[in-house]
Design a protein around this ligand. Sequence first.
Ligand code: ATR
Length: 268
Amino acid sequence: TREFCVLGNPIAHSRSPQIHELFAQQFEHNLCYRRQLATVDRFSRVVAGLFRQGLAGANVTVPFKVQAYQLVTRTTAEASFARAVNTLIPQRDGGLLGANTDGKGLLYDLKRQGVDLSGCKVLLIGAGGAARGVLKNLLDAKPEGIWIYNRTTANARALSELSTGVHCVESWSSLAAVDVVINATSASLFGQLPDVPERMYRHAEFIYDMVYGAELTGFLKHVQQVSDARCSDGLGMLVGQAAESYRLWWGSELPRIEPVIRVLRQQL
Ligand code: ATR
């Protein structure tokens, strides 16, 4: 039996143990995956202790993703672009590899829903950790361009400077329409909506909210009032990022995400 955990604070609500148990059933792997509460002060010591005891891998969630990036000995290209790590993989030499699977998770979920970003104009709303965490993979999908809009324009500008093909929305008059909209803000959590003109939703074909819940998110409720675009919440991204972590740890094929999304959706 290989042992894994997810580190966060709070952590009691985490769905990761169940998701990884469902993946393990697909392969008939033996796994024990538990939740681990940590504090900012003790995070590195807790991680070191767990891997000393033979942990086979860990996920890292809020608020430790940047701290995890700082403590690993190597990073994947996605993690170094994001400067954040959500997956820890112990190395033969005793070091720790840090990966960030959020972007791949998003792309797996888009693919599952028949959305191909190549040649598309993409509007990414938000410029915090969630937006930065998926930006490299969005670029790898070869869109025509990515336009970042954020409440605080300076943060969007900073992200747009990380790569060609990424633009900052300084004023809406410079952007007529996009094909795909991705909401990476935490505005929903405060019952608020990003300040985006309705026409951006009306002309889009597909609109994604990284947040999910038992009910339609506030963002998607608003979007559906003004647009016929196909919509999705972020439950599939949660399962998708877990699938990519699973693949990295086990060296297996990518687990099937669709049946796991169905189980989780029923329990929301
Ligand atoms: P995360 O890691 O979830 O991205 P974050 O780094 O705190 O968290 O970033 C939150 C994002 O949501 C930011 O883009 C933030 O905008 P600011 O850069 O202006 O702070 C955005 N956000 C949070 N609350 C918002 C609100 N009420 N309206 C619009 N945008 C909001």
